[in-house]
Design a binder for this molecule. Sequence first.
Ligand SMILES: [Ca+2]
Length: 284
Amino acid sequence: MWFQTLSALCLAATTWAAISTDDDGVKSIGLRTHSLQQPYLDSDMQSRWVPLTATNWEIEVEFKIHGKNQLYGDGFAMWLTKQRGQAGPVFGSIDKFEGLGIFFDTYKNNRPGVVFPYVMAMVGDGHTSYDKDTDGKPNEFAGCSARGLRHASVPTKFRLTYYEDKYLKLDLQYKSEGEWTLCFETNEPPKIPQVAYLGFSAETGELSDNHDIISVQARNIYSSSPSTKSSPGSGRKGGKYTSDEKKGSWTWFFMKIILFCLVVAGGYVGFTAWRTNQKRSHRF
Ligand SMILES: [Ca+2]
């Protein structure tokens, strides 16, 4: 009876483990306040700057950069900054920001030998200016070229994954649907302000273009095992993440339960065999 109860408990534990873990061993929960999809209830994106307090998160954005003109610019940005929705010269947002900016730069001001559109991350300390004349080169944290990002034949998306103190990765989808191209990944991520506002901005000037944010899906991630799968990208910071040191505390927890169950089951079988032997020896 006792053994049956224990078996049921073990089964429940393994079933639970199977349900709560996805292919990559990553558990996550959607952040509705940080997500946006059709039908849109508010038309003013400027009002959407919401504080992101999650420690580990993933933000997936579908966007579309398009227009009729031969010459176009300048691009758009996603922000995770201490500042909230203040207009300025950096892709429409405030300069000398504190936090992380991801720029989708469609107009090459001056970066010889670099293919545009260029996607890059800048980590602002609250004092440093973005250098528009060189497309942010002096303060680039990481980045990649993405030829074909504008007017792509498939829905264009980016996915930014962040594990505090461990990992930052930017993936892009613009070549074919379902194919993610690594832009950059690093296991030395920047410090993001404790309260950082998630927002978007775009800039046009003498040149114009359309920068559409179609959907935003933000998720809180609970696993500590970032995916190590990666395709070669032109990321500046290599540093492949190794998940050996922390293989996900939940997986380890269930492994321990299963091991415990195996030991108990083994003990029970041994005890039964011993008792049967004892009975036999009593008989003779
Ligand atoms: Ca530019």
